[in-house]
Design a protein. Structure first.
Length: 62
C-alpha cells in the first residue's frame, strides 16, 4: 500500500454492529480498519474474477 495514496473513508454504522465487528476483529487479531480493507480486497477480487481486471483512469488528484 502506497502511503502517499492513503485516503480517509468515513462510515456510518449501527453501534451494535460496530461493537460486534470490533469484538470479532479483536478475536482474530486484526484492527477494524485492517479487517475492512481485507473485506474490500476480497470483494474486488471476486468482482475481477467474474468481470475482469478493473482498469482505473489515470487521474491526477489534488
Amino acid at each position: 500500500m502506497n502511503k502517499n495514496n492513503i485516503k480517509h473513508f468515513g462510515l456510518r454504522v449501527d453501534g451494535e454492529i460496530l461493537a460486534k465487528f470490533r469484538y470479532v476483529c479483536d478475536y482474530v487479531g486484526r484492527s477494524a480498519n485492517s479487517q475492512i480493507i481485507q473485506l474490500m480486497l476480497k470483494f474486488i477480487a471476486d468482482y475481477e474474477k467474474e468481470h475482469g481486471k478493473i482498469e482505473l483512469p489515470d487521474k491526477k488528484e489534488k
